[in-house]
Design a protein around this ligand. Structure first.
Ligand code: GTP
Ligand code: MN
Ligand code: MN
Length: 605
């Protein structure tokens, strides 16, 4: 039964949807209009099916709880492919398969895959619908869970189809859990096909096909698949754009002066925390435009503007606490979906950090009864348990999120990783190209907790290692092309931060709200009202230029945080060279020059 395909006026979209119907043979087709009535009905269906449980409406109005299959809890990088025509265009950091071969393989699995299910057709906009930097996608899925999450994470509805018109362009994004139902067969709460999980991007045709997994990172195709992997490709084709794994925040000084900053840290390194932090510096305020992805574009005025292509947060729950991120907690008090956290006896959720003590009794993310004092608290919530929350419910959402559909002007770009040693609290790059070198050498150290040698560097260039949709060396080159496309003085200043320097196993820097002290210095550097100390690695703040008022920290610790160990940095240069050598002849010459110059400066010390 096909109900409302007539809503789709776009010729290419209609043909594509019809093709998928013929291939997947769903029982029903539902084109999403984005209405409240529609989402309420989808949520009810998910409850009937056992996928969703409605949380206690007095504690969490309009919130839902779900548990995945225990094997389907995270992104599967081993099953993620960039299928460009030529392997070298996927580059050494991505899995690759020849596109026609991959499509053959996928189509065999997709044949009849939606039997007994409803196919949801979801027109969505990444970025404000109709905005200059925004783009349209259509996701097809047989998962109601995906439909419900997409409606929070992206702008879904008929106005998107209007923007698309009859001939507009869109990214076709196909998703199926590959779990067809025979007549009379009862569905299960979390259908998936663990052995046949493929998350595939086709950069030449801008298509996405993701099958087998229902987990958000693999199935909400607007996010990593489109807004990063495909959008990196589109941005390079377009020439004046970037698609980045970056938060976007506004920061306002006590005098009312506002700056916009984007920041790229690898997953689990604190983007969501920084994006909505409460500043410990009196009078300073941070407001959030986005916490995970930024699309940026050079405007006619020569400056780089950023939007958040998403409309929700898909955040890691554990560790989100009143101390670390109260604004994230406020955001998921209503209209949120919780995946793989613990369920309390009064119909609420729990994870480590939410309260000091776990509840006396609860049900774990695996559905097991749990008792405090008897069972292990680690069983309660999965470490990658998540909340899906509407950014409009965030108490510190930046007005520009709603009012500036064409983006905010970016003053500064920050890179960072988890570095226990060597890397100082903050420094500024010498110029854009040196900043690109900083981005290309973002890394975290292996700690005792992870396998491998202690102190070994795990590189994650631009925090984009799993998300770059083409050869990463070409991506470096695209970044390097920006000073040639505008007045370089108008480009954002580039900085590097490190909240994670340790001594004797303890963080030297308090982090969180106190990171506002670092952001303040960055703002002042952008305004040219504060000095800096030139070092071989870049410009560092003089200790007295960091606003440490009201902070209980001694000068010795500050000196350690700002110490540049030239010897250690020389070894670091070698590690970067070795890592970058995988890019071979595609490696941009400017980066070799930057590395050579850095080495020279370090040796002169
Ligand atoms: P994705 O959403 O997966 O891309 O990652 P993210 O960058 O948003 O990371 P997330 O906010 O989930 O990572 C949070 C982790 O970083 C938690 O373990 C936090 O406790 C820690 N963290 C965040 N900010 C700070 C800080 O300033 N200092 C320290 N020491 N830890 C921090
Ligand atoms: Mn995050
Ligand atoms: Mn992320």
């Amino acid at each position: 039964m096909v109900n409302d395909l007539s809503l789709i006026k776009n010729k290419k979209a209609l043909a594509w949807v019809k093709e998928q119907i013929a291939l997947c043979t769903p029982d029903k087709v539902h084109v999403m209009d984005g209405s409240i009535e529609e989402i309420n009905a989808i949520n009810e269906l998910l409850i009937q099916n056992g996928t969703f449980l409605r949380l206690n409406p007095e504690k969490r109005p309009n919130c839902f709880y779900t548990r995945t299959n225990p094997g389907d809890t995270a992104r599967v990088e081993a099953a993620t492919f960039i299928c460009s025509k030529k392997q070298e265009d996927a580059g050494p950091t991505n899995n690759w398969m020849e596109p026609t071969q991959m499509k053959k393989k996928l189509h065999a699995l997709m044949k009849g895959c939606m039997k007994g299910r409803t196919m949801y057709v979801i027109p969505f906009s990444m970025g404000p619908t109709g905005g200059k930097i925004s783009r349209v996608g259509i996701e097809i899925t047989d998962s109601g869970f995906v439909a419900a999450n997409m409606r929070i994470m992206t702008r879904v509805g008929l106005d998107v189809l209007k923007v698309l018109g009859t001939d507009g362009d869109f990214v076709p994004a196909f998703h199926s859990v590959i779990s067809p139902l025979e007549p009379g067969q009862k569905d299960i709460p979390w259908p998936c096909d663990l052995k046949n999980r493929y998350i595939v991007q086709f950069p030449d045709t801008h298509e996405i096909i993701s099958i087998g997994s229902g987990y958000g990172g693999n199935s909400l195709l607007g996010k990593k698949c489109f807004a990063l992997r495909i959008a990196t490709v589109l941005s390079r084709e377009e020439g004046r754009s970037l698609a980045e794994h970056m938060l976007v925040l506004g920061i306002t000084s006590p005098e009312g002066k506002k700056h916009y900053i984007t920041a790229a840290f690898p997953s689990a390194c604190g983007k969501t925390n920084l994006a909505m932090m409460n500043c410990s510096l009196p009078g300073w305020k941070v407001t959030v435009v986005g916490d995970d992805i930024a699309w940026m574009k050079l405007n006619k005025d020569g400056r780089l503007y950023a939007i958040n292509p998403e409309s929700g947060f898909f955040g890691v729950a554990p560790g989100t606490s009143e101390e670390s991120n109260p604004n994230a907690l406020r955001t998921c008090e209503k209209d949120a979906i919780f995946t793989n956290v613990a369920l309390t006896t009064d119909g609420d959720v729990w994870w480590k950090g939410l309260t000091d003590q776990p509840p006396a009794n609860a049900i774990t993310w695996k559905g097991k009864k749990w008792t405090r004092g008897i069972d292990d608290p680690k069983e309660l919530a999965h470490p990658n348990s998540r909340f899906t929350a509407d950014i409009s419910n965030c108490p510190v959402v930046d007005p520009a999120y709603h009012n500036a559909p064409d983006g905010v002007p970016v003053d500064a770009i920050i890179f960072g990783g988890r570095r226990e040693t060597i890397v100082p609290l903050v420094f500024q790059s010498r110029d854009w190209n040196h900043g690109v070198l900083l981005g290309s050498s973002v890394a975290s150290e292996r700690t005792a907790a992870a396998e491998g040698k202690m102190g070994e560097l795990r590189f994650d260039p631009f925090a984009m290692l799993p998300f770059c949709g083409y050869n990463m060396a070409d991506y470096f080159a695209h970044w390097l092309s920006f000073p040639g496309k505008t007045d370089p003085a108008k480009l954002p200043k580039i900085f590097h931060v490190n909240w994670f320097r340790k001594e004797n196993g303890k963080f030297l820097w308090p982090g969180y709200g106190d990171n506002s002290r670092v952001l303040k210095w960055i703002c002042e550097r952008c305004d040219g009202v504060v000095g800096a100390v030139e070092t071989p690695i870049g410009y560092l703040p003089a200790a007295q230029d960091l606003d440490l008022s009201g902070l209980d920290i001694d000068m010795e610790t500050i000196k350690k945080l700002l110490y540049v160990d030239c010897k250690a940095y020389l070894q670091e240069v070698e590690k970067i060279r070795k890592y970058h050598s995988m890019f071979g002849s595609k490696y941009p010459k400017q980066l070799t020059v930057e590395l050579d110059n850095l080495e020279k400066r370090l040796k002169q010390q």
